[in-house]
Design a protein around this ligand. Structure first.
Ligand code: GUN
Ligand code: ZN
Length: 454
């Protein structure tokens, strides 16, 4: 049955580069998205120009319809770990707060509860698609994928692989042979599991070493072989890169590489000599990338690897600021990640709010006031691009699967009144105030492929 959803449409149409997105910002104050019974958008635009009139119309006015948010870096086993006290910066925080918290998912009942809460929380903030850093425990990953399918979310995830680490990481470690066989088993079980075809599926698998310091050169070699054998099936690669200066120094010291990226690029032999297959590519997403060299950025751009930018997390852990101008100038695709739980905001626009502020605060000529279209792009279409899903999701164009979030400013104290002050309904000002100002309460309904969630 065809349905029409009426409201103020705002999205980045087409498939522009970041530099052009302000020209592709669509704002249709009395707009409608028409969705067929397969969940695809058959019309998107002005209500007055809609075709025919046989669709059942759901009138959301005066609410906004935005594309579903795409979170390209979030940790499932850290569902209950936001604002953990006493952690310090990255390596201490991991050892003191995060590894013990993630170890609790060894209990299947706890893992099941975490999966339920994780998916429910995602729906409450309109994160329809996420690249999810997984648990070390296969039963927890089974719970995550099952719950994601049950609730109708789109989830890409892989078991967090750790073969070495400090004492508190003990419960999360396996030997290398086990790590490889668990990764392969997870891919075979869950990649495209809901429809049987990754091209139409809502769930996909990823190869996810925690970071270079959680594995060894031998593990990276074996993961390179595995990834090379499953790349063509559309499997993803996900990890952390260049987040914190102590972490970067430790990677250099441990591997003797010229750059951190080399460890993921098959060049983990001493002096960055080639020693295995690369893990980079169009479905590879590296979180943070705060302290990259120009060569690392160029190599990511060349291989179509994306960066998951996580400014809220970088503030919490004091990791530094990813230099916006030089990063995007390299033409690497930059999407957004909450990085829950180092990031303590689940709602992607809250992360956009930090994104705007940290880049406005970069020193001297590096400061940049991001355009609202750039913000919206980073949280939606750039994420779809990072996940190689741009043909299916990321905006409200005709032909896309209908993932959208209904944002009603009347559900949030003073938001509607603030928007009403904007003269002549100025498009850019409206979008900026909406993205910077909205909180969870304003998210009133969430749809994935035309199905209402929750
Ligand atoms: N680096 C390795 N593991 C983690 C993690 O869990 N969170 C963050 N922010 N960085 C990491
Ligand atoms: Zn992370």
């Amino acid at each position: 049955m065809t349905r029409a959803y009426r409201g103020h449409l705002m999205h980045i149409g087409g498939n522009p580069e970041l530099a052009d997105v302000r020209d592709w910002l669509v704002s249709e104050p009395d707009g409608v998205v028409v969705v067929d019974d397969t969940g695809r958008i058959t019309y998107s635009g002005a209500y007055a120009d809609r075709p025919g009139d046989d669709a059942e119309t759901v009138d959301f006015r005066p609410a906004f319809l935005l594309p579903g948010f795409v979170d390209t870096h979030i940790h499932f086993p850290q569902t209950y770990c936001t604002d953990a006290y006493g952690g310090g910066r990255l390596l201490d925080w991991l050892a003191r707060c995060v590894f013990p918290a993630e170890a609790k998912l060894a209990d299947p009942a706890y893992a099941q509860q975490a999966a339920r809460d994780f998916c429910r929380r995602r729906i409450s903030v309109g994160t329809t698609t996420a690249l999810v850093f997984g648990s070390a425990f296969p039963h927890a990953q089974d719970a995550l994928f099952s719950e994601s399918i049950r609730t109708g979310l789109r989830t890409i995830s892989g078991r967090g692989i750790q073969t070495v680490g400090p004492p508190s990481a003990g419960p999360l470690l396996t030997d290398e042979t086990t790590a490889i066989s668990l990764a392969v088993a997870e891919i075979d079980r869950w990649h495209g599991a809901d429809t049987g075809d990754p091209a139409t599926a809502f769930v996909h698998a990823a190869v996810v070493p925690r970071f270079a310091l959680s594995v060894t050169a031998q593990t990276l070699h074996a993961l390179g072989e595995v990834y090379d054998s499953v790349r063509d099936r559309g499997v993803y690669f996900h990890t952390h890169l260049n987040e914190n200066v102590d972490e970067v120094a430790a990677v250099h010291e441990t591997y003797g590489v010229r750059t951190y990226l080399d460890t993921y690029d098959g060049r983990f032999g001493g002096g960055s000599t080639p020693a295995g297959k690369t893990l980079l590519g169009p479905r590879s997403v590296l979180a943070h990338a705060v302290h990259c060299t120009a060569d690392e950025l160029a190599r990511m751009a060349e291989t179509a690897t994306s960066i998951a930018h996580c400014p809220t997390s970088q503030l919490f852990l004091g990791s530094g600021v990813m230099p916006w101008r030089s990063t995007v100038r390299s033409r690497v695709n930059v999407s957004l990640g909450t990085d829950v739980s180092a990031g303590d905001e689940w709602l992607m626009p809250r992360v956009l709010n930090d994104c705007f502020k940290v880049h406005m605060s970069e020193p001297g000529d590096h400061a940049v006031a991001l355009h609202p279209a750039e913000l919206l792009f980073t949280a939606t279409l750039a994420g779809a691009r990072a996940l190689d899903l741009e043909a299916r999701i990321g905006n409200l164009d005709v032909g896309k699967e209908a993932d959208f979030v209904v944002v009603d400013p009347h559900h949030q104290e003073l938001l509607a009144e603030t928007l009403a002050q904007i003269e002549n309904g100025d498009r850019d000002r409206l979008l900026f105030t909406l993205l910077m100002g909205m909180r969870d309460d304003a998210v009133v309904q969430v749809y994935v492929k035309g199905r209402k969630l929750g």
